[in-house]
Structures are given as structure tokens and as C-alpha cells.
Design a protein around this ligand. Structure first.
Ligand code: PA5
Length: 332
């Protein structure tokens, strides 16, 4: 590694004023507490609409990846819900702040159509609306930022939508998250998350995975955007076999860095073989865990923390999101 670890620590001290990295060391406990504190609510519905944006919206993507083959789940990251939403459906509105305009607007629409709503938030207008209109709002534990609150957001959502027996199996994930995050702290010199950040530095990361792991792809892009303030893009497969692969006809763009999240049963081997034939540089991140949710969350811990190290390397504060906040103010 070209940078001395002492230097990385110095950059962390200088640019991570709020100790954003420290938030990740709390992920396991937060996940466990959210599971314990979320009440069991008996819900039946035809279609589950999970509404929310980015740091909160990722909950819908993860639920969809984990449960979408067994039940009808629609992820909505928009100001409106479809006209055909009905009284038998359920809207799970996820907003860390409770003040996100797109989420509130969808909730208002659902209420106007007499659709059952459950809110997950720390407070804000969503909590007030819940009190006024009489729908369930589950308050989650605070965090420095929405994206740092993923464990309490997802654990709460899982407790709401899963059967009791399935919820019991989630307890182990808390331990796994704590262990995963602990590998990437500043006390672990040249750890894997830092190495990943260093490799991404100055490149355009292009994330690939089976479409069933699209939440990892979207989160990796979002975290690099928000924490490190850099560009990234992604493509799910097998869709990518019908468009994306053509960019690898001959020599690949030297700036692009393919990063492949690999699961045992996916169909990414032909892509990898083709990249080998081209002698292209790429990285593989193996997805590890006993089940899909664990695989997703562990991959997110690694790439999120990598995005924080990249922020340090680039002399940026991973916590600050000045442009997002400015545009939120402009949009009201
Ligand atoms: O991570 C962030 O800060 C953002 O991506 C937010 O999650 C997003 O702007 C939506 O806000 P909220 O999560 O409060 O609904």
C-alpha cells in the first residue's frame, strides 16, 4: 500500500469529525436492539409497497431481494403510488428523518385511498402524520445519518413483515455484523475495506452481481456517491449479458474497474472467463453468510466502510452531504 497506516489514521482524525466509521462498529448491537424492540404486529396484505429513498429506500431493495420470489413486493422510490393500489395492500413507509417529500407524498396518497400504512422512522412529519391519521409508526434508534441506520431500519422492517419463526433466525445476523465491521476498523492496519478503497481511488468502479443481489449494487453506488463523493455505476446479471458485456469487446477502458459480487449459484462465470481472456483487471468479492440477508448485509458493511476510507483518502468528510441537503432545501 502506498499510504502509511499512520497517515490513514491522521486523515481519519482530520476529515471524519463525527466518527462516521465508528457508526459501523455499532451495527450488530443496533440490529439486535431493533429486533428486540420492534413490536410484533399482525398484518395481512395482498401486495407490500415499500416506500422510501436511498438510505431508507434500500430497505425495500433488500426486502425485495430476500422475499420477492415468495410474495408480491413493490419498491417505490417516487412521489406517487400506482393507481391500482387497493385497500388490501400495505404501504411500509421508511424514512429515517420522517421528512422526505417523496415518501410523505406517497403516504398521503395511500391514506387518501384508505390503504393501510406502517411507518418506520425516528420522528419528523411521518410520525406526526401517523398520530393524526391513526396509522402505526415504529420509532427506530437514532444514528448519525440515515445510511448509518441501516441495521435498525432493516431489522425493524424484517420484524414487521416476517413470521415469528423466521425472525428468531435473524438474531445470529447481529453477531455476524459486529464481527464483520470489527475487521475493518482503524485498529486493523491495511484492512480489506481500506485496500478496496485504495484500488477504487481514481478509477470508475462498475459493480456487477446477479440481479437477486441488486440491493448490494445500488447500495455500493449510493455509498460511494454520498460518503466519498465519487461516481460509480452498476449492472445486474443476466441482463448485463445482453448489453453491458459488449463494452468488453477488446481492450477495456483503463479507468473502469469491474467489481463482481460473486455467489456460488450465480451465472457470472462466463463474464469472469471473458474478462480473463481479455486479461482485464477486475475484483471479485465473494458473498458470505448462511442466508441471503446475511450475505447482503456483510457485503454492504465491506463496501460502505470502503467508501468511508475512500473519503479519507480523498480528504472528504464522509458524513457531510452538502449538495443533497442544499437540494432538499430548494425542493421544500
Ligand atoms: O443517506 C442519506 O442521508 C440519504 O440517502 C437519505 O436516506 C435520503 O435523502 C432520504 O432521507 P430519509 O432517509 O430521512 O427519508
Amino acid at each position: 500500500m502506498a499510504m502509511k497506516w499512520e497517515e490513514v489514521k491522521k486523515l481519519a482524525g482530520r476529515y471524519d469529525k463525527h466518527n462516521f466509521l465508528g457508526e459501523y462498529l455499532k451495527w450488530g448491537e443496533r440490529f439486535r436492539r431493533a429486533l428486540e424492540n420492534t413490536p410484533s404486529i399482525n398484518l395481512s396484505y395482498e401486495t407490500l409497497y415499500v416506500v422510501g429513498m436511498v438510505g431508507s429506500g434500500i430497505v425495500g431493495d433488500i426486502l425485495n431481494n430476500c422475499l420477492g420470489m415468495d410474495r408480491d413486493i413493490r419498491v417505490v422510490k417516487y412521489t406517487r403510488l400506482p393507481k391500482y393500489i387497493g385497500e388490501d395492500d400495505l404501504v411500509l413507509a421508511v424514512s429515517f428523518s420522517g421528512n422526505t417529500i417523496e415518501t410523505l407524498s406517497s403516504v398521503e396518497y395511500a391514506l387518501s385511498r384508505k390503504v393501510n400504512v406502517v411507518g418506520i422512522t425516528t420522528g419528523g412529519k411521518l410520525a406526526i402524520l401517523g398520530k393524526e391519521k391513526g396509522f402505526t409508526v415504529i420509532k427506530i434508534e437514532e444514528a448519525l445519518a440515515p445510511r448509518a441506520a441501516l441495521p435498525q431500519l432493516i431489522a425493524t422492517a424484517l420484524k414487521v413483515v416476517l413470521e415469528e419463526d423466521d425472525v428468531k433466525n435473524l438474531a445470529e445476523i447481529a453477531t455476524s455484523l459486529s464481527q464483520e465491521a470489527a475487521k475493518y476498523g482503524l485498529d486493523r492496519e491495511n484492512n480489506r475495506a481500506y485496500k478496496l478503497a485504495y484500488l477504487i481511488w481514481g478509477r470508475l468502479p462498475i459493480f456487477y452481481a446477479d440481479e437477486g443481489y441488486s440491493s448490494i449494487l445500488h447500495r455500493a453506488k449510493s455509498s460511494l456517491n454520498e460518503n466519498a463523493k465519487v461516481n460509480a455505476y452498476y449492472q445486474g446479471f443476466p441482463e448485463g449479458y445482453h448489453n453491458e458485456v459488449e463494452i468488453f469487446e477488446e481492450i477495456i477502458d483503463p479507468v473502469a474497474l469491474p467489481i463482481i459480487f460473486k455467489d456460488k449459484e450465480d451465472d457470472l462465470e462466463p463474464l469472469i472467463r471473458h474478462l480473463d481472456d481479455l486479461d482485464a483487471e477486475y475484483l471479485i468479492i465473494d458473498l458470505v453468510g448462511k442466508n441471503k440477508i446475511e450475505k447482503i448485509l456483510r457485503a454492504i458493511v465491506l463496501t460502505d466502510i470502503a467508501s468511508i476510507y475512500l473519503a479519507y483518502i480523498m480528504k472528504r468528510d464522509p458524513f457531510e452531504i452538502n449538495v443533497i441537503n442544499k437540494l432538499k432545501r430548494m425542493r421544500g
